[in-house]
Design a protein. Sequence first.
Length: 273
Amino acid sequence: MAAAARALDISPSAIAQQLQSLERELGASLIVRVGRTVRMTEQGGRILPHARQLLRDAADLKSIANDDALSGELHLGACTTPLMGMLPEILARVSARFPDIKVHIESGNSAQLYAQVEGGTLDAAFVLEAPYPLPKTSGWMVLREEPLIVLAPARLAHRSAHDLLANEPLIRYDRNQWGGRHAEEYLRKADIRPHERFELNALNAIAVMVDRGLGVSLVPDWSPPWPEGIEVVRLPLPTPEIGRRVGVVWSRSTIRMRQVDVLLAEARAVTHG
């Protein structure tokens, strides 16, 4: 209650009066006092997400009505690689040019984030390229192509990529995930039957395991940051092969298309120069 009063620059008693007025209008108790603390009631918990959506919609109305300045909210998703790599720089540029845009970011895997963009709960998401055609309601822009490389301990740098894949234990990039499917396809095309040891969907963890001598791995050459203090080499394949593409997908029907356009412009500037 005190924090709300400070944020709104009004007295705590005014906050209490507004809450009481809202409770009378709704016909339900929203908070209850327990000793010196205030807790939300079950009814209050039920309306909270709807109240937050109303506030977001009000901010969007301000942005739509004002053609001279961009404001309002932007709801983004991001999978791990862009979230840790390119996205902070992109958002820094967006914030510098349009400080009134408030950005909400949700992390998740690419499949989940595509579904949320298509369902309208996210305006855009930084994800891996989908292995299926997108609906016409979604837009897509590639930001980075990552070739497949063999990741090996530094002491094995003198050996060829195929020699390592065929004869050293393999730490496999999870073939059930989008990012690992190209690696699986490459091994099959090259007729390499590796000695599998581990399988996981965490590139930084794979790099650490390779550094510890647990095996080699066939992975996309992902963008920094990489784990610090590791001694590994990144060996190219005999024939270059794209491991995955990282980009941004957006909803063409979002009411926040002006904010999305700003995001796309800054993403293009960061990744394409």
